[in-house]
Structures are given as C-alpha cells and as structure tokens.
Design a binder for this molecule. Structure first.
Ligand SMILES: [Zn+2]
Length: 472
C-alpha cells in the first residue's frame, strides 16, 4: 500500500510537491562541470528529537508491561492514495533535464550558527535571489530552518547565475528552489514516496502516558501526538489515573523495507476515569486536517490554554498583586510564564494582529484579535516574528514572537492576557470556546472516511477489556 507522503500537510496548506526523485540532479552531477558532491553524505537519517518527556512523566509508581496489541496492517485501506495536483508532467521534464545538463553544482556545508544570508554572502550569491527564494511561496520559508552539519547544494547556470538551491531536509525530503525564466524562483518540497503501514497499540496507565505508552510499543513521537490530540480534555501530566486506557491506530513509515519513523495517528481512544474520548484524523476535501470526535466535533478549543511550551508560571492572574518592579499594588491582569529569552511565543488562537510595537511597561507587545469577542496580548518580547505586521492573519499555534524582558520586567518572561468583550479574564480558568466542528457539507464524507477507523478502534478497545478480564 503506497500513499503519497503527507507528513508536511498540516503545516503546509498549499501542497506543492511531487513524488519524483530528483533524477535530473544525478544527470547534472554526471554531465556538468563538476565540483564533486557526495550524495551519500545526505543519506544519514536525521534523528527524531526527543520530546520533553519529563513533562509527561509521573514517577514513583511501578510500571508494568501491558498487553500491546501490535498487529501489522490492521487496517488495510484507510484513505485512497492521494495524487498531487503538482506532479511533474512529462511535458516539462525535458526542459528540466536540459537545464540540469548545464548546471554547475557546488556543495556548501552548513556551519554552526550560519544563516542562509551568511551563506549567500560567503558564496557571492545575490541578495535579490535570496529574497526571491525565501518569499517565493509558503514552503520557501523552510529554507530558514537549515541545520548545521547538513549541506546546501548550489547550482549555477553557464552564465554564472544561481539556478538551483537544494537542501536535503531529511532522509526522505528535499527542499528545492529552481530559477524560472523571469528570474523568480519556484520552491518545492520533494518527498520520497513512503510506504505507510498501519499499526495499532493499546495500553493501560499505571505510571504515566510516557512510560506506559513506551511499554505499549509507541514511539515518543506518537506519545506526544496522543498527548496533543487530547490535550484540551485531559492534562496528561496531572489528570491521568491508574487504570485509564488508551488505544491508538497510527502509521509507521517505511522506505522499501527500511523503517523511517512514525507517521500520524489516524484514530485514538482515551478512557479517562471511565469517560471515553475518541479522536479521528480527518482531512476535508478542501485539505484541512484536524482531529474530531466520532460525531464530528472538534477536539480542539479555539484557544491554546498556554501560548508557550514547557514554561513555568511565575505569576498568576491577580487583581491585587504587589508589582515586583514598581513595588506597589497593581492588578496583574494576566499570567506570567518564566522562560528563556528567545523561547517562541505562539498565538493562542486564529486571528488578526491589531497591535505590534512598544507599549510602555509592557515592552514589545503583540495583540491578536480573534473574531469580535476575544483578544489576546503577549508582552515583554525580545523580538517579533519578522514576517508579521499589523493586519497579518495568524493561526493557532503560529509563532508570533520570542520571550524577552522588554519594558518593566525583572527577568525574561511572557506576560499573557486574555480578554472577553474587552474584559480581562484569567487565561488559566476562562472557559474556552470550541474550535469549529466539521462543516455540514463535509459530514457525509467524514462519516464515510471515519467509519472503518472507528470500527477498528472499538474492536481494539473491546479486545483490550477482554484480555484484561482474563488476567484479573
Ligand atoms: Zn505579567
């Protein structure tokens, strides 16, 4: 079963990739004037970063091995294979390889701390080309995520102009910019076709989602996804109970027979203190992907409770607080999160930036308006996310700036405010509205696509219960 890889879909709305291996690159290597490039260099796997597992771990209760219903290919057909709207047609293929024949390639090994603009400077590349590449489309900003130790392939045409820029993002994905005739660049993410095998696992909570998830055979990546999917309903660090149960149906990615890593969770169930929560991943015909309950309600809220990851609350919402810098009573109409300078701050909901600038003691501030009723404020930033302006639309979870101590602040922290109809509310306790459910016009499609997954999930759960009874 071969599916088009959709690993990046959730972050890249406009899908602009093809399944074709960059064959013309190889032709280019063979034929062009050569500065030798070792493609083998790129074959090393990028290690999956370990999530901050500590946050999920509740120690001191012994961990038992649970029945882990591992079965390959539990679900044989989940989604019809998708076809990319941008597949390379045979019509333009010859032009591409002609172009490649006259490409002179050069490898630049990325040094620690080296930015793309520094690389352009040191290789005498044009600043204009850099801008044209970075702002080419929604994908192209990924060029800013280049990692030290990796390489950039720089291609010139015979007249010395930059014609290609290629970055091997991972073992199976490559970011590629190609100069078009008008001097602009086309940027695409080219991904290897991966084999998605469907797996399932079940587990019972004895100590923590992290440990019990591992015992059920889940990777850290899948455990984090599971925690995130149910994050609005269950605080996996604080609100798990002995005997809570979970079932997960997820993808394992293979290239040939080689295991590459975990893919996405397709469906999951969590039984928290007897209450069952179900999640199904659904991509609507317009391309929006989210997790929904079996009845099509969103599992997300319209707002993140916390706009910053793994930070410590250093000051609560308190209308009679003594100000630490001013040393007099002054209402604290938000929550402070202590974090290192530079920690990314995320917009807690979808909305529009209505203020971005300095505001007295608040230092660098961004205010986001969410519809008519809600607004959120983020203060003391060290810097703003560059691409954003007043009027920019932002998505929930999108980085808008970075922690700092601008304005009146005793140390680096985020001051976060939540207003409902202009009135300050405690961000930690305010009732958050639900994110939108599946639109009526997609309900039938959702029912059809989720039916099999929900069946499998119910089956997993009942098998687990039966097995559990047996061992009592
Ligand atoms: Zn504050």
């Amino acid at each position: 079963m071969r599916y088009q890889n959709d690993l990046y879909q959730s972050t890249n709305p406009p899908k602009n990739e093809t399944n074709n291996r960059p064959k013309h690159l190889f032709i280019g290597f063979a034929c062009a004037t050569i500065i030798t490039i070792s493609y083998a260099f790129f074959s090393e796997k990028s290690a999956t970063p370990l999530p901050a597992s500590i946050a999920l771990t509740i120690p001191d209760i012994t961990t038992k091995m649970e029945q882990s219903g591992k079965s390959d290919a539990l679900v044989t057909e989940v989604d019809p294979p998708e076809t990319s709207p941008h597949e390379v047609s045979s019509a333009n293929a010859p032009t591409q390889s002609m172009q490649s024949l006259s490409t002179i390639w050069q490898e630049h090994k990325i040094a620690s701390g080296e930015s793309l603009s520094a690389i352009f400077l040191s290789n005498n590349l044009s600043r204009l080309d850099l801008n044209n590449i970075i702002y080419a489309n929604d994908i192209s900003s990924k060029f800013a995520t280049i990692q030290p130790g990796q390489s950039l392939l720089i291609g010139h045409d015979l007249s010395g102009n930059l014609s290609h820029l290629v970055y091997k993002k991972s073992a199976y994905a490559e970011l590629k910019a190609t100069r078009l005739e008008d001097g602009s660049f086309k940027v695409e993410l080219i991904e290897e076709e991966l084999d998605r095998r469907i797996n399932s696992a079940t587990g019972i909570i004895h100590s923590s989602l992290f440990l019990d998830g591992q015992n059920a055979g889940l990777s850290n990546n899948i455990i984090m996804q599971l925690a995130n999917i149910f994050a609005w309903d269950i605080d996996v660090a604080l609100n798990l109970h002995e005997g809570d149960r979970f079932s997960v149906i997820y993808e394992k990615l293979y290239m040939g027979d080689e295991f590459i890593g975990s893919g996405k969770i397709l469906a999951a169930e969590f039984i928290n203190q007897g209450k069952s929560l179900t999640a199904v991943r659904y991509k609507n015909p317009a391309g929006k992907i989210s997790y929904y309950s079996s009845s099509g309600d969103s599992l997300r809220k319209a707002f993140l409770r916390t706009p910053i990851a793994f930070a410590r609350i250093s000051s609560h919402f308190n209308l009679k607080r003594k100000h630490p810098v001013l040393n007099r009573i002054r209402a604290h109409k938000g929550v402070d999160y202590a974090a290192r300078t530079g920690t990314p701050i995320k917009s807690s909901g979808d909305g529009k930036i209505t203020f971005r600038g300095r505001k007295g003691g608040y230092g660098r501030v961004i205010i986001v308006q969410h519809g008519h009723k809600y607004s959120t404020l983020y203060a003391h930033m060290s810097k703003f996310k560059k691409s954003l302006r007043v009027g920019s639309r932002v998505k929930q979870g999108q980085v808008i700036g970075y922690v700092g101590k601008s304005g009146l602040a005793s140390g680096p922290h985020l001051h976060y405010e939540f207003r409902v109809n202009g009135v300050h509310r405690n961000p930690l306790t305010v009732k958050l509205p639900n994110a939108s459910p599946i639109q009526a016009k997609y309900k039938a499609d959702f029912r059809e696509k989720s039916r099999l997954l929900l069946q499998q999930l119910a089956q997993l759960s009942s098998t687990q219960v039966a097995a559990n009874e047996l061992f009592k």
